[in-house]
Write a protein that binds this ligand. Structure first.
Ligand code: ZN
Length: 418
């Protein structure tokens, strides 16, 4: 997993600090990561640890390649020992973001300073089942791992973002109506078993959310809508995702807001039900209605850009419908920021005003307090979001274990209809 040569950990540390897991030293690592350069004295005081214990954690974390001594502070030189400042070793630790954006998969390697080091994609178009998807992903991951190794980086974690409904415990894909070859795929297990990289698998919404999070002010609550073949949603507050998936019984969850039926007699959806929001607004519907067979989502964006009259008119209706039907969720969560992202994000622009009108029909003048924006360069943000989530999964693993246990089902929610 690494090209770094290790020295022996001194016996006196090995005997006192639990080597089996980093948990005991994690608080120290988090403090130094958040705080930036810190001394052992500052750390021990902030965390209520003795200087001796703190010193062991620092040595342990330095041995693991997670902390590095920065410089000697001349002010600290006195009768005692010089005060060394330490920081998180951002340039020598790395994480992988894996994004399943059917029919493509992308892997991105970044260090903990968020510098993009390597990125590559592969097509899954010819894959007929999860076995074929798994071997294609493994080949791509092998290249990423080799790249990290060649750069002598410690690969700490990976984050896989997947469409559809995932198993809350494992992140394996339970249902992926728009790309069924993914069903049953357990990327976390694959990455762990083949490459020994601890991996979290969550919904695409998580990666989209983390892609936006850096731009959101603290205290804001965001609704991120990602528009691709389907229609997905993620909510977050204070730059943290509120819920990704859940629904142990397979019930509708927040990320599936697109499958809320707005008209029981409406058009048939890919999920088997009628009149879902997605059955009006999903990319697959727009492709079927307006594009020639074999056209891609990018072609659809191009058609709208070239002023396709039928598509333009439809996009205005779709935006109004979205505004009306997302209003209750926006109210329920106290959303202050709506971000539209995904490959079809540019299709939102012609209907932006209609979206606000639809929203205002339900929430009235409060619409003025909702900031609605279309994300620039959604794909780059998505990949950056997945790697950001991978770093957070290593630094703050609790954030992700609680998420997978949270479950807010939408059954019984009354929506505005068409
Ligand atoms: Zn549906």
């Amino acid at each position: 997993m690494t090209g770094r040569k290790r020295k022996e950990l001194p016996a006196y540390i090995r005997g006192r600090v639990n080597l089996d897991e980093l948990l005991a030293s994690r608080r120290v690592m988090q403090f130094v990561h958040e705080r930036g350069p810190a001394t052992q004295g500052e750390t021990s005081e902030a965390l209520g640890l003795s200087l001796g214990a703190c010193n062991l954690h620092f040595q342990r974390l330095e041995y693991e390649g997670l902390l590095k001594a920065l410089r000697l502070d001349p002010e600290g030189r006195g009768p005692g020992r010089p005060r060394s400042h330490w920081e998180f070793a951002r340039e020598t630790n790395a994480a992988l973001g894996l994004v399943f954006d059917p029919p493509h998969v992308f892997i991105q390697l970044e260090d903990f300073a968020a510098s993009l080091l390597w990125s590559q994609g592969a097509s899954l178009r010819s894959c007929r089942n999860r076995g074929e998807v798994a071997s294609r992903v493994a080949r791509l991951a092998e290249k990423a791992v080799a790249e990290a190794s060649a750069r002598r980086l410690e690969l700490r974690s990976a984050f896989a973002a997947l469409p559809g409904v995932l198993d809350p415990a494992t992140g394996a894909v339970r249902r992926a109506v728009n790309f069924t070859a993914l069903e049953g795929l357990d990327v976390a297990a694959l990455m762990q078993e083949r490459f020994q990289v601890p991996t979290q698998a969550h919904s695409l919404g998580a990666a989209y959310f983390y892609g936006e999070a850096a731009d959101l002010a603290p205290g804001r609550t965001a609704l991120v809508m990602y528009w691709d073949l389907g229609l997905g949603f993620a909510f977050g507050r204070n730059r943290q995702l509120l819920t990704v998936h859940g629904g142990d019984e397979g019930g509708r969850v927040i990320s599936e807001l697109g499958h809320i039926s707005v008209d029981a007699h409406g058009p048939l959806c890919n999920c088997g039900e009628r009149g879902c929001l997605e059955a009006y607004a999903g990319g697959w519907v727009l492709l079927r209605r307006f594009a020639p067979p074999g056209a891609t989502l990018e072609d659809l964006v191009e058609m709208a850009r070239n002023g396709h009259a039928g598509l333009q008119a439809c996009l205005v209706d779709v935006a109004r419908l979205l505004g009306r039907n997302l209003a209750s969720a926006i109210q329920m969560f106290g959303v202050s920021d709506v971000r539209i992202t995904g490959p079809l994000a540019p299709l939102f622009l012609p209907g932006r005003d209609a979206f606000l009108e639809g929203l205002a029909e339900v929430i009235g003048a409060r619409v003025a307090a909702v900031d609605v924006q279309v994300t620039p360069d959604p794909k780059a943000r998505l990949l950056a979001g997945a790697t950001r989530a991978a770093r957070r999964a290593f630094l703050y693993p609790d954030e992700f274990t609680t998420l997978s246990r949270m479950s807010i089902t939408l059954q019984g929610q009354k929506l505005a209809g068409i």
